[in-house]
Design a protein. Structure first.
Length: 479
């Protein structure tokens, strides 16, 4: 390959990534949201389970608030990105009904009827990627509480054939230990199309083996909680079609330690440290020949959160460090001649290495007015990116000489500032509670490596939408 051809290939590669980046990540009138969302596409494509709200709304958790003797209707829509033309969309939706009631003096039953959907769809010119999970479930969680110091429970999900159990030991001196093992089964579909090339797998079974451990200890006004979750996945494909997907390994670990200090003036100090690690590989195979191999996707994140709050106001700070390694290989010659021409080679090896830092200052405010309970969340975040992409192009001459390498920083963006706004209203009519929540990430400025002046989003020319989260709940008592 001549020097002029190499320059041309490099420009074509950068243009290709820029087009993908613009279509997936642009919002708020044509400005960038977060370069890391481009990498998230591979997570969604792989097993459609990585929660992007973990990045867009850091420190905001949606927990189960269903109480005993209660019916809970809920819906949760996490809209990460939807383009105006509807050609590109990344979102999660969950809706359902929970019932929690005592069967007798010893047994309690939690039932959850739900409908869940993950979707990642990306269309740009000749390229089309569509990965989704779409399933319904019915979960039973039976809790035996006759012995106050030894509380076992059984988890069953007949529709998905999932099962599990845990045991809660309530010991002396304020110590509680909970441990469990669960097997969760789900199915997902993936479609990749380019020109005349079509790859389509359906009803691929994903089995999660989950181990859980929790330790709680309360001493006077200090409470300590230690959590540990470790899981591995198996992927099984039942049909005999020529398109297959394989995962040599998939591991997912989460651990945390939490400290709560209650002061005499009714204020609380909250300190938490979390660590999460994902490590998996994924192969996309057609006619027993892998055309796309994610040889290694490694993600390591650690987060520290500190806050102080009283009955109405919480002030806090969050710091997160994340490292990413993505090693992949694509056989462009299997997909199409035009793709091989664009990439400039029949085979392309890709290695991405990145470091993401997120700092967030936030305030939560709670106010009761008549039958309304209002909650407000305002956060200011600074995201810093340092991501390098390296592509090795293999042509026919690569068998005799070294492949041609392209290395460049991730699309010139180095930092982004944003505001996160959240609003919640709980309305009580007699014993029934209606609850509405809304969170929105609003980018303010995007800084580049090569420019001193930051970009400012143009809110007067909004063509796409993303980074919003909507929740609605109804709580109805049974008694």
């Amino acid at each position: 390959m001549t020097g002029g051809s190499k320059v041309h290939v490099q420009r074509m590669m950068i243009n290709l990534f820029q087009k993908l980046y613009n279509n997936i990540l642009i919002s708020k009138g044509g400005k960038s949201i977060s370069p890391f969302l481009f990498v998230i596409l591979f997570y969604s494509l792989g097993l459609s389970q990585f929660q992007i709200s973990h990045w867009t709304h850091p420190g905001i958790l949606v927990s189960d608030t269903t109480k005993i003797n209660q019916i809970h209707f809920y819906t949760n829509n996490d809209i990460n990105f939807i383009s105006k033309s509807d050609s590109t969309k990344v979102y999660t939706s969950l809706s359902g009904l929970k019932i929690y009631f005592p069967m007798n003096e010893s047994l309690e039953l939690k039932m959850d009827i739900y409908h869940k959907k993950y979707r990642t769809r990306f269309v740009h010119e000749l390229l089309q990627i569509d990965a989704h999970e779409h399933y319904k479930g019915l979960n039973y969680h039976l809790i035996y509480k006759k012995n106050k110091s030894f509380i076992p429970s059984l988890f069953l999900s007949p529709l998905t054939q999932s099962i599990g159990s845990d045991v809660n030991f309530l010991l002396r001196n304020g110590i509680a230990i909970q441990t469990g093992y669960f097997i969760h089964k789900k199915a997902f579909d993936t479609k990749i199309a380019y020109e005349d090339f079509l790859y389509n797998v359906n009803n691929v079974e994903k089995i999660q083996h989950l181990h859980t451990f929790r330790l709680k200890h309360k001493i006077n006004n200090v409470a300590i909680t230690i959590n540990d979750q470790s899981s591995f996945y198996n992927i099984n494909q039942q049909d005999s079609n020529n398109d297959k997907i394989d995962s040599p390994y998939y591991k997912d670990d989460l651990s945390s330690i939490q400290l709560i200090i209650n002061n005499q003036n009714k204020s609380k100090i909250f300190i938490e440290h979390k660590r999460r690690k994902k490590d998996f590989a994924l192969h996309f195979i057609q006619n027993n020949n892998p055309f796309l191999k994610l040889n290694k996707v490694y993600f390591l994140s650690s987060q520290t959160k500190l806050s102080i709050h009283n009955n109405q106001v919480e002030l806090g700070f969050l710091h997160r460090e994340s490292d990413l390694i993505l090693s992949s290989r694509i056989k462009a010659s299997m997909i199409g001649n035009s793709l091989e021409t664009i990439l400039g080679a029949a085979f392309v090896n890709n290695l991405d290495e990145g470091h993401i830092t997120i700092d967030k200052l936030f305030i939560n405010y709670k106010k009761n007015i008549n039958n309304h309970t209002f909650k407000f969340h305002i956060g200011y975040t600074i995201d810093r990116y340092n991501i390098d992409i390296r592509n090795s192009l293999y042509t026919a001459s690569s068998f005799f000489i070294a492949p041609f390498d392209i290395t460049y920083d991730f699309l010139q963006y180095k930092r982004k500032t944003a505001v996160i706004f959240g609003f919640e209203d709980s309305i009580q009519f007699k014993k029934i509670i209606f609850n509405m929540k809304f969170y929105q990430n609003i980018p303010i400025k995007i800084y580049k490596w090569i420019e001193d002046d930051p970009e400012k989003p143009d809110f007067n020319n909004m063509v796409n939408y993303g980074l919003g989260q909507f929740l609605f709940n109804i709580f109805i008592p049974l008694d």
